[in-house]
Design a protein around this ligand. Structure first.
Ligand code: NAD
Ligand code: UD1
Length: 338
């Protein structure tokens, strides 16, 4: 299939681009490089030995999107493009709503006009809000605590409504849990701007000496060791879920939603200890107060994805820790020259 990857130069998009090429698909990337750079695409080409067509454009720019659809006969769209920082979304909510919602509407309109029937969307476990219980099952109540989360939930609704109104449209909503790790080559990986908000990039930057100590946000949660529990998933496993989602979309109509996680929760200290053991490194840390908005536990019941998509995470926590460090240690400044 010829597949448009919006945000395809980003962390998850670049890894998915590799897996799509390996599965025999032809990805085309559209990215405005707001949170990425063309070097990521060059590295995907280096890993796969395949040239990847790309467009530098804003997916909210309907004229540019229209031109791109006119030049390509797409079979499907995977919509990764979006702003994703929770704290920033509280500070500049309108930018988040404009970017994350407008992009979806623009794509849906272009798809309708050009008869493109398959849409895979990057949703998030954040749509479950504060879970009543874990593991999370797709039918559980949703609700959000910040504008970023609301953009995901609103997009889910928009896409569901669009598919109900259009018998030709197929939508797959993928609710990602916590992606970490990197391609085993160490050539592509997560490249956060400034000081990372998320746990694994913070740990790797402490290991690299760019940050001095990790702060562990709270050790008084009702969890086995008191620190927050999450479902960390290797980004390559996550990328492979998109290949399965495309196959599913191409052979079904309507909307389907899937949790994409491993089903196993690890605490912050589990991650720190595994990272130190696997990479033979010290990560100095201090216990800090809880981070506002954090929840105690969040992990998936991923059985629906296994049953219906035939997808299951395969990589271990050790793989995630090793590959995260392999990427960071070989790319001290991400995609910028050392
Ligand atoms: P990322 O920031 O690395 O990638 C997003 C890409 O979209 C970037 O390359 C950015 O330049 C591009 N982009 C943003 N707005 C655009 C626009 N209007 N037009 C064109 N390009 C635009 O983020 P990621 O971690 O790869 O996340 C991909 C998607 O998955 C996002 O929608 C994110 O919300 C979602 N998600 C991510 C996580 C996570 O932990 N990384 C978890 C759940 C969901
Ligand atoms: C965060 C976002 C979530 C988003 C996800 C992926 C918040 C409140 N939630 O999820 O919406 O979908 O990122 O981008 O921001 N931790 C530390 N020290 C750190 C960083 C994190 O102890 O320096 C802890 C956190 O308290 C949490 C765990 O590590 O228990 C994971 O944190 P993080 O990687 O930020 O992911 P989430 O909070 O799950």
């Amino acid at each position: 299939m010829k597949v448009l990857l919006t945000g395809g130069a980003g962390y998850i998009g670049s890894h998915t681009c590799v897996e799509l090429i390996l599965a025999g698909h032809t990805p085309v990337i559209a990215d405005n490089f707001d949170n990425s750079c063309p070097e990521a695409i060059r590295r995907v080409e280096e890993i796969t030995g395949v040239n990847v067509k790309s467009y530098e454009l804003d997916v909210c720019d309907s004229e540019a999107v229209e031109r791109m659809f006119s030049e390509n006969d797409f079979d499907a769209v995977i919509h990764f493009a979006g702003l994703k920082a929770v704290g920033e979304s509280c500070a500049i909510p309108l930018r988040y709503y404009r970017n994350n919602i407008d992009s979806t509407l623009t794509l849906l309109e272009a798809m309708k006009k050009h008869g493109v029937a398959n849409f895979v969307f990057s949703s998030s476990a954040t749509v479950y809000g504060v879970p009543e219980r874990v593991p999370l099952v797709e039918g559980m109540p949703t609700g959000c605590t910040n504008p970023y989360g609301w953009t995901k939930l609103m997009n889910e609704q928009i896409l569901t409504d669009a598919a109900s109104a259009d018998a030709g449209l197929s939508v797959v909503l993928l609710r990602y849990f916590n992606p970490i790790g990197a391609h085993e080559s160490g050539r592509i990986g997560e490249n956060p701007n400034g000081i990372p908000n998320n746990l694994m990039p913070y740990i790797t930057q402490v290991a690299a000496g760019k940050l001095s100590r990790l702060g562990v946000f709270g050790n008084d949660y009702p969890t086995p060791d008191g620190t927050g529990v999450r479902d960390y998933i290797h980004v390559v496993d996550l990328a492979k879920a998109h290949v399965k989602a495309l196959d599913y979309a191409a052979s079904h109509k309507g909307t389907e939603v899937f949790n994409i996680g491993t089903g196993t929760g690890y605490s912050v200290l589990d991650i720190v200890n595994a990272f130190m053991r696997v990479n033979d490194l010290e990560i100095p840390y201090d216990i800090k107060p809880r981070r506002p908005g954090d929840i105690a536990e969040c992990y998936a019941d991923p059985s629906k994805a296994e049953k219906i998509l035939g997808w299951k995470a395969e990589k271990t926590l050790e793989d995630m820790c090793r590959d995260s460090w392999n990427w960071q240690s070989h790319n001290k400044n991400g995609y910028d020259p050392d």
